[in-house]
Design a protein around this ligand. Structure first.
Ligand code: PEP
Ligand code: MN
Length: 354
């Protein structure tokens, strides 16, 4: 159920409706929009008796949401969600594209700093890097753990990049929530429902990657798990699905971008690195992702991919990432979008102009 408030409803009226919903034993999710506030109701087993709510001051109508996902749906919030970060001009889901780049895994401080410098110079606003790596083999490099998170926090201080990193369980999620700016939930955990609920109670935005064989509805329902716990800052990420095709590691499903945008207000970015698994396909599919209307990209870059401890084959060399950025900037402009600089890059530009 969804309570749609009148455009001129006061905050007081919104609060009173939320309190009434909670008093009935349900959970209220107030979703302010450009035109009006909608209040999603969750926690109800059957139909909610809408009569009392309909009569409350400031209420326009009470409607049934027929889709299985409610808070994720555009019916609940017609305008796009724009995710903001404290003390930063960077957003995800606004007119600017969000560019996340960095190594697959943090391997040591020197590697992280070298890659961060390249991606910051090329114009990325976010630095990615795994400290907890979900590897197919238990004998492969599993990540540096908290040490890796500390290195990423240093990268943020030095380069002004916001940090995106994966949490794989409750324990790592707690640490990632402390150190990072965005909590990544990986493809293998897209249906780890208890982890999704824990991410829903975290303070930071969540980057949710599509499961290896998840349908669109399963993908959106995973986001609903996070939102149902009160974290409304969710970014979806298409990273390829498993098909019969064997010329790439996965099949990047770019048609899911407009499909998501039709059904949901949440931003969606694309990962052409895991989506293809091959360095020579990352730039062409980055161009396509921006052209199809994605809100950003997440790209693996390494200063020495041949010696990378994971995903070297799909990691771009720094000069390839420079070229990618130059190309996607032009495509973004066709769509009336741009790639704004990160904090530090802006600060440096201002200083050098003085
Ligand atoms: C990653 O981003 O390094 C990663 C492991 O991604 P995915 O969960 O999409 O495989
Ligand atoms: Mn990787």
């Amino acid at each position: 159920m969804l309570v749609v408030m009148q455009a001129q409803a006061t905050e007081e009226q919104v609060r009173a409706v939320c309190q009434k919903i909670e008093a009935l034993g349900y959970r209220a999710h107030s979703m302010p929009g450009a035109q009006r506030t909608a209040i999603g109701i969750t926690g109800n087993q059957g139909e909610v008796e809408s009569g009392t709510l309909e009569e409350m001051p400031g209420v326009q109508e009470v409607i049934r949401v027929s889709k299985p996902y409610k808070l994720v749906s555009r019916d609940t919030k017609p305008d796009n969600t724009v995710i903001k970060f404290p003390d930063s001009p960077v957003t995800i889901g606004g007119p600017g594209l969000a560019i996340v780049a960095g190594p697959c895994a943090i391997e040591n401080r020197d590697q992280a700093f070298k890659v961060a410098e390249c991606v910051a110079r090329a114009g990325a606003q976010f630095f990615r890097g795994g400290a907890y790596k979900p590897r197919t083999s238990p004998y492969s490099f599993q990540g540096m753990g908290e040490e890796g998170l500390k290195i990423m926090a240093e990268v943020r201080d030095r380069f002004g990049l916001l940090v995106v990193t994966e949490a794989v369980d409750y324990e790592s999620l707690e640490l990632v929530d402390q150190y990072a700016d965005v909590i990544q939930i990986g493809a293998r955990n897209m249906q780890n429902f208890s982890l999704l609920k824990r991410a829903g109670r975290a303070r930071k935005p969540v980057l949710l990657k599509r499961g290896i064989s998840a349908t669109l509805e399963e993908f959106l329902m995973a986001a609903e798990y996070i939102m149902s716990e009160g974290n409304y800052n969710v970014v979806l990420c298409e990273r390829g699905v498993r098909t019969f095709a064997d010329h790439t590691r996965n099949t990047l499903d770019l048609s899911v971008v407009p499909a998501v945008q039709r059904l949901s207000h949440l931003p969606i970015i694309v990962d052409p690195s895991h989506g293809t698994g091959k360095r020579n396909k990352v730039t062409p599919l980055s161009r396509a992702a921006v052209a199809v209307g994605a809100d950003g990209l997440i790209v693996e870059v390494h200063h020495d991919p041949d010696r990378a401890l994971s995903d070297g084959m799909q990691s771009l060399y720094p000069d390839q990432f420079d070229a990618l950025m130059a190309q996607v900037r032009q495509i973004a402009a066709v769509l009336g979008r741009s790639i704004p600089a990160s904090n530090r890059v802006r600060a440096e530009a201002t200083t050098s102009a003085d």
